[in-house]
Design a protein around this ligand. Structure first.
Ligand SMILES: Cc1cc2nc3c(=O)[nH]c(=O)nc-3n(C[C@H](O)[C@H](O)[C@H](O)COP(=O)(O)O)c2cc1C
Length: 400
């Protein structure tokens, strides 16, 4: 890979030398560009020696063609480490007053930012807002870690280890684009069904699995609409988020977006029951037992199954027993092409957890197992199975 490493003027600039060295050892072609402030911490000679190339420090050069455009065009990925608070602010605003900021604007490939700074600077709302803007625009962030900082404080803001930055860059560039042209409609998270103006019934779904699938599908080239119940997650970049609260709202959002969808993934944990007539006033506590009258919510998966046409429909089942039998029954009754089933009563897996372990069952009777692993990895495996199923269904269509 051809990698442009932009070095910002932070104390962690010395760690960029190890990053550049490792990228070179791993066979990548590295060009370094330093900001003026970076030159206060490390001399260009260090990077020139490690790369065997002249380090770019100036926007205005006497030599040859317009260098920032040529460099932006010739590199596959731009890695900025350390990404200072100042650089992130400039990138977010679109300022172009030196070589690195101008090249950032001209760069059309993938951009990886590895921020590093004092904890207060990192947690400042301005820095966090710039970070969100850059993430939303597609920059990939290698988050700083917690630890001992050069300012002799403990806290978040420490540059990720060079090996972790290399791993992040390589994983990002490995990403397949096998879902280009597909429109995913994904639901995630729980729903909340009101009992009175301040109370609700909900469940323990965190939305992490659905968000990981949405993120992975977008990275693999799909256009993604994510219909999400209330969760505390940052929506993945390049995904259209539709926020809903109740099962009724989720049904409406799904039906509104169904026409454009080619692949529907129903990962949300939708409430099965709701209170049809919610009292206008807060329920008062009395000594008497309180009974709730609940009505069934709309079965969104079944409705999508009936209207699915030639869309690929993937359902999820969270079970506490008889996993595969229950999943198969649900897949057939709801007209799903694939069902992802997980046992949810195990410590550290499934609901709320970062990890998961699932059985992936398809109509043709094939079963694949994924995990235990992080939800990002499981998301990739689910997408691999969807890609396989799509191939099989196309082959069947072609031979019909
Ligand atoms: C000793 C010292 C250490 C600094 N460390 C950092 C840092 O780790 N992160 C950061 O964002 N800024 C840091 N700064 C502030 C930046 O150097 C300053 O904002 C500069 O304008 C950044 O320029 P650049 O983003 O163009 O490289 C530091 C400044 C000094 C004097």
């Amino acid at each position: 890979m051809r990698i442009l490493v932009g070095v910002g003027g932070g104390i962690a600039a010395y760690k960029a030398a190890e990053l550049v060295r490792t990228l070179g050892v791993r066979g990548h072609e590295v060009q370094v560009a330093m900001t003026r402030a970076a030159g206060e911490f490390v001399r260009p000679l260090t990077f020139a020696s490690l790369t065997g190339r002249k380090v770019i420090t100036d926007l205005f050069s006497e030599e040859g063609p317009i260098e920032h455009i040529a460099v932006a065009r010739d590199n596959d990925v731009l890695v900025v480490a350390p990404a200072t608070a100042d650089l992130m602010a400039k990138f977010a605003c679109g300022l172009a007053d030196d070589f690195l900021t101008t090249t950032f604007l001209a760069f059309t490939g993938k951009v990886v930012l590895a921020p590093a700074m004092n904890s207060a600077m990192w947690l400042h709302p301005a820095t966090q807002a710039n970070l969100s803007t850059l993430e939303r625009r597609g920059c990939s962030i290698v988050s700083p870690s917690d630890g001992w900082l050069a300012c002799r404080e403990m806290g978040p803001g420490r540059l990720a280890e060079p090996a972790a930055i290399v791993e992040h860059v390589e994983a990002l560039m490995r990403t397949k684009r096998d879902f280009e042209g597909e429109n995913f409609l994904i639901t995630a998270g729980p729903t909340q069904e009101a009992l009175d103006p301040i109370r609700y019934i909900s469940n323990r779904s965190s939305g992490k699995m659905g968000y990981a699938i949405a993120d992975a599908a977008a990275r693999r080239g799909a256009s993604v609409v994510l219909v999400s119940g209330p969760v505390s997650l940052t929506p993945p970049p390049q995904v259209e988020l539709v926020s809903v609260r109740t099962a009724q709202e989720m049904r409406k959002a799904v039906m509104d977006h169904l026409a454009e969808a080619t692949i529907v993934v129903k990962n949300a944990a939708v409430a099965d029951y709701y209170v049809a007539s919610v009292p206008q006033q807060k329920l008062k506590k009395t000594a008497a037992r309180l009974s709730l009258e609940l009505d069934p919510t709309p079965d969104i998966l079944a409705e999508v199954g009936e209207k699915k046409g030639d869309r690929l429909l993937v359902g999820f089942a969270a079970e506490t027993e008889n996993l595969v039998e229950e999943a198969r029954r649900k897949m057939l009754s709801k007209h799903c092409d694939m069902l992802v089933a997980n046992l949810v009563n195990r410590e550290g897996l499934g609901f709320e957890a970062d990890n998961n372990e699932v059985e992936i069952i398809t109509r043709g009777g094939k079963t694949a197992h994924a995990g235990p692993a992080g939800k990002r990895q499981i998301a990739e495996q689910i997408l691999d199975q969807i890609a396989l199923l799509r191939l099989t269904l196309r082959a069947v269509d072609a031979s019909a």
